[in-house]
Design a protein around this ligand. Structure first.
Ligand SMILES: [Zn+2]
Ligand SMILES: [Zn+2]
Length: 462
């Protein structure tokens, strides 16, 4: 699968561009961000005109070109109006609800590299939560800091790499960013490699982009067998989540949107069709919108196409209205797009992954695929399968046990975004269980957000 096939709305392209030209990029002007909202409304208006003003009206007034009886026309019109109401309602909800801008919730914070003996620093957000960024202890090899949140202190490590760290002439063929981390976040680079890292003998590493921290480790360590090697980025460490543009410590799962020019809470993706990001506060409404938009599109597509085909069996066959053809084509495209988006969203929500987080899992799976191809002959599918099962047994599954935000059940993950009330799953009202600022973490990870082997999990989960 090529990267461009992965998702809609150019998320992949955005991620790629993010790594390359983040220094020069400016936020899109307001009008550019909102232009697709006008296009979407124009599309809805035009197809509604064709459906009501031509297709249903012809039937209701018994026009010569009618494709059905007046009763059918009235029934279709009523169903259409209900579906259109749901689409417009959910579209209004997603367009008028901001995704949640981190700068509104977290106070500005200029990151300075802590030095030994530095006093602890406190900062707070507008909800009155206070965070404390403690100074590192004396031991240089394991500097620790803490992000305390309403009394719940999460001890975190500030990795500091000795200046003499050497770069290995090997590369790690697994991703170094996962969960809340994206390439632009690794402001503190050169995380020491996990001592159990897999080494892949072969060419020198490709030049890393920007601050990507291809691991450094002692070069005399013996090469080890192929294994799964999850990200070593401590994504729960506050310093790793500093946004240099907004000058804030981002809450977990927050990402900086290039198009909007600001950090968005639980960033899913930037959607031009709604004119801003899909994030913590409007994710649910976005799902409601694509759900109703795909139902409405397929209803219009099926009825207009079906009745036109049926009319062609009559003799003499009536001429096909060209506007029907245009409406069928538009509703097919729009419906397919929305349906794919809806199915993708349902799948990701049940895994408790955002779109941007899912990309990290995909690339991890692709790299693992590459490793399997090196380990086994291309036709040896059984051996590849067994190796993958062995890794899953050792670590748990990528994207599930290996997802920092996975809650263990699809239902629990779903309710985080869509709420507990079943009606809320279909109507653009209510909200999920999350506040966009703090999230329960998977106990299979350590307190810095690194995926651990099964043997290191809490005993009740093993
Ligand atoms: Zn930012
Ligand atoms: Zn955005």
């Amino acid at each position: 699968m090529s990267p461009s096939d992965r998702t809609c709305c150019g998320v992949v392209e955005e991620a790629r561009l993010r790594a390359h030209d983040r220094r020069t990029h400016k936020p899109q002007p307001w009008i550019v961000r909102k232009v697709a909202v006008g296009l979407t409304l124009a599309l809805i208006a035009y197809t509604s005109y064709v459906y009501v003003g031509i297709f249903c009206r012809d039937m209701i007034i018994k026009n010569q070109s009618a494709l059905g009886s007046p009763t059918v026309g009235i029934v279709f019109l009523v169903i259409f109006c209900i579906l259109l109401l749901m689409v417009l309602w959910s579209y209004y909800a997603v367009v008028t609800t901001p995704p949640g801008y981190a700068a509104d919730f977290v106070e500005k914070f200029e990151l300075e590299r802590p030095v030994r003996g530095q006093q602890s620093t406190t900062f707070s957000d507008t909800r009155g939560m206070s965070y404390e960024l403690l100074s590192p202890p004396v031991d240089v090899s394991n500097h620790t800091s803490a992000l305390s949140n309403s009394g719940n202190t999460v001890p975190v490590t500030l990795p500091v790499v000795p200046a003499t760290a050497t770069q290995d002439k090997v590369y790690h063929s697994t991703p170094h960013h996962q969960g809340t981390s994206t390439p632009d976040e690794a402001h503190i680079t050169n995380v020491p490699a996990d001592t159990e890292s897999m080494r892949v003998p072969g060419p020198a590493p490709p030049s890393s982009h920007g601050s990507s921290h291809h691991s450094s480790s002692s070069s005399d360590a013996p090469p080890q067998l192929f294994s799964r090697q999850p990200s070593t980025t401590p994504v729960l460490v506050a310093q790793y989540r500093h946004c240099g543009k907004d000058k804030i410590i981002k809450p977990p799962r927050t990402h900086h949107c290039r198009a909007c020019g600001t950090c968005v809470l639980k960033y899913d993706h930037h959607c031009p069709w709604v004119g801003h990001c899909v994030g913590a506060f409007n994710h649910k409404f976005f799902v409601n919108f694509v759900q109703w938009a795909s139902i409405l599109s397929f209803w219009m597509f099926a009825t207009i196409l079906g009745f036109n085909i049926k009319s062609q069996t009559r003799s003499p066959a009536p001429a096909i209205n060209p506007q029907h053809i245009v409406a069928v084509a538009l509703t097919a495209l729009f419906g397919l797009f929305c349906c794919l988006m809806f199915l993708t969203q349902v799948q990701l929500i049940m895994l408790n992954q955002t779109t941007v987080e899912s990309l990290a899992f995909r690339s991890m799976q692709e790299r693992e695929q590459d490793n399997l191809a090196r380990m086994h002959r291309w036709y040896d599918f059984g051996a590849k399968q067994r190796t993958r099962q062995r890794w899953d047994k050792e670590w748990g599954r990528i994207g599930k046990e290996g997802n920092l935000w996975w809650l263990g059940s699809s239902r629990a993950n779903w309710e985080c975004v869509m709420g507990k009330n079943v009606w809320w799953w279909f109507l653009p009202v209510g909200r999920g269980l999350e506040d966009g600022l703090s999230f329960p973490t998977n106990p299979r990870f350590d307190n810095q957000g690194r995926w651990r082997r099964r043997r290191e999990w809490p005993s009740d989960l093993q």
